[in-house]
Every structure is written in structure tokens, then in C-alpha cells.
Design a protein around this ligand. Structure first.
Ligand SMILES: CC(C)(COP(=O)(O)OP(=O)(O)OC[C@H]1O[C@@H](n2cnc3c(N)ncnc32)[C@H](O)[C@@H]1OP(=O)(O)O)[C@@H](O)C(=O)NCCC(=O)NCCS
Length: 237
């Protein structure tokens, strides 16, 4: 998922732990008793609507990498796709999409690490009839650390250039949001923010269409970020 704006860094809290299971699946459990969620089995099915095809939203797989590399070759994201913050890669690569098979393997390992640790939950968005990757949605704890421990989440998204304008990002973001609130509960995940630069009106439209009303302005804060932004906020029921 696209990194919209930088996060504040702080010491991670590890209230949840990954429990490896048969078949490579992982169960994350909130030690505080917030929730128990089977993460690696998540598949969200979204029915077709209007001009948008039916979508599958699920964790990234190695078989998705050719589609992702093709999308990156077509239009490289200015600020990249979300990648795990602890990835052992230099500089900008941490924040950008993969450009070759080697980078794709590193990038994918970061997504898997995020699911195992429960601190970086990213999804491939597939055009179901074509079985082709058309987008990305990611969810993380805004302040770093694991999701579901009572702190605010942050969502981000990206749609491949040739798939834009069909409502894919709003549908996928809405589905992930509903899944997260249902999975973690209001106590574990009270709210999720969506942040974008003011000069990104397409993201503002995605926010409006996916259930993230405008919350407040996020002023520029150089050298961390240089433009004003909007903070949109979805709250758990
Ligand atoms: C922002 C983005 C995720 C929207 O995804 P999407 O699946 O095209 O979403 P939508 O189809 O709902 O389009 C949203 C808005 O994009 C604009 N748009 C429409 N067609 C478009 C096209 N072909 N190309 C670019 N933008 C288009 C419109 O303003 C649209 O709003 P509208 O429905 O009110 O007309 C996508 O443009 C993108 O990936 N941009 C680059 C990365 C990025 O900015 N990520 C978000 C960071 S906060």
C-alpha cells in the first residue's frame, strides 16, 4: 500500500504473539484478550458493482509478484507501496514497490513478516474474473507496533494505473476496514485513519467513498513531510 505520510516512530509494544500453525498459517492472539484472529486465511470477496469487477482481497502471495512487477514497470509509485518497517533493505527501497524479482522477494518477505507479527497487514486486491492483481491495501498501527491493542490504525491503498477510475480502491478499503473492525472489535481497534496530501484529490474521493469522513487538517511538518494533508477517520461501531 502506498505510504501516504510518515509515521511517528516509537517503541513497539508486543502484546500479541504469532503462533505458527500447520500449513504455514498463523494465529495472532491479543494478550489483553481483545481478540483472536486467523490472519493468513483471510479472503474478502467483493461482488461486482457498476463498472467495477468482482474483487478478491487477501494477503500477498508469491504468485502475485509478476502482476505487481508489471504494474510497477507501468507506473512506479511516487512514494511506493507499504512495506514492513523492519525490512533489512537500504534507503528508499523500504518505501517503494519492487522493480525486479529480487526486490519482489524481499518485499514479499516483508508482507509475510507483517502478518506473522500482526503489525503490518497488507492485502493484494485482485480482479476476480481475470485473477489479476489490480491493487493493494494495507493496515498498520499508526504509531507502530501491533494492531488490535487498543490503538488507532492507519490504512493506505494503491490501484494499478490501468485499473483506476473503476472504484476498486474504495471497495477494497471498505472491505478491509469492515474486516478489521469486526476482527479486532472496538476495544482492540477503536478507529482507523486515512491520511493523504491535499494535492491528492483522488485519495480524498476514496476516503469519502470508503467510509472515512474528514477529521482534521494535518499541517506540513518539515523535514518529516512537506505538504498539508487531510486526516480522515473511520470509527468502530
Ligand atoms: C488514489 C487511488 C488509490 C484511487 O484508486 P481507484 O481505484 O482509481 O479509485 P476510484 O476509482 O474510486 O477513483 C478515485 C478518484 O480518482 C480519480 N480518477 C478517476 N479515474 C481515474 C483514472 N483513470 N486515473 C487516475 N485517477 C482517476 C477520480 O477523481 C476518482 O474520483 P470520482 O470517482 O469521484 O471521480 C489511485 O489513483 C492510486 O493508486 N493513486 C496513486 C497512489 C495513491 O495516491 N495512493 C493513495 C495514497 S493516500
Amino acid at each position: 500500500m502506498h505510504i501516504c505520510r510518515p509515521v511517528r516512530k516509537r517503541v513497539h509494544r508486543h502484546n500479541m504473539r504469532a503462533q505458527p500453525q500447520a500449513g504455514g498459517r498463523n494465529k495472532l492472539r491479543a494478550a489483553a484478550g481483545h481478540c483472536t484472529v486467523q490472519f493468513m486465511t483471510v479472503v474478502l470477496n467483493i461482488a461486482a458493482a457498476g463498472g467495477r469487477p468482482a474483487l478478491w482481497v487477501r494477503p500477498w502471495l508469491a504468485t502475485d509478484m509478476p502482476d505487481l512487477l508489471a504494474a510497477m514497470a507501468s507506473e512506479y509509485p511516487e512514494r511506493g507501496l507499504w512495506s514492513h518497517p523492519d525490512l533489512d533493505v537500504p534507503g528508499q527501497q523500504k518505501w517503494t514497490g519492487p522493480r525486479n524479482e529480487e526486490e519482489a522477494a524481499v518485499w514479499l518477505s516483508g508482507q509475510e513478516r507483517g502478518w506473522e507479527g500482526g503489525d503490518w497487514l497488507t492485502f493484494a486486491v485482485l480482479d476476480a474474473p481475470e485473477n489479476r492483481v489490480v491493487g493493494h491495501v494495507g493496515l498498520k498501527n499508526r504509531d507502530g507496533g501491533q494492531l488490535g491493542i487498543g490503538e488507532r490504525g492507519e490504512i493506505g491503498f494503491w490501484t494499478a494505473a490501468d485499473a483506476r477510475g473503476r472504484g476498486i480502491a474504495p471497495a477494497a478499503a471498505r472491505a478491509v476496514t469492515e474486516w478489521a473492525f469486526t476482527s479486532f472489535g472496538a476495544e482492540g481497534l477503536p478507529s482507523i485513519m486515512l491520511v493523504h496530501d491535499v494535492d491528492n484529490p483522488a485519495s480524498c474521493r476514496v476516503a469519502a467513498k470508503s467510509g472515512y469522513p474528514f477529521h482534521e487538517l494535518s499541517p506540513a511538518n518539515p523535514p518529516h513531510w512537506f505538504t498539508d494533508g487531510h486526516i480522515h477517520l473511520a470509527k468502530a461501531m
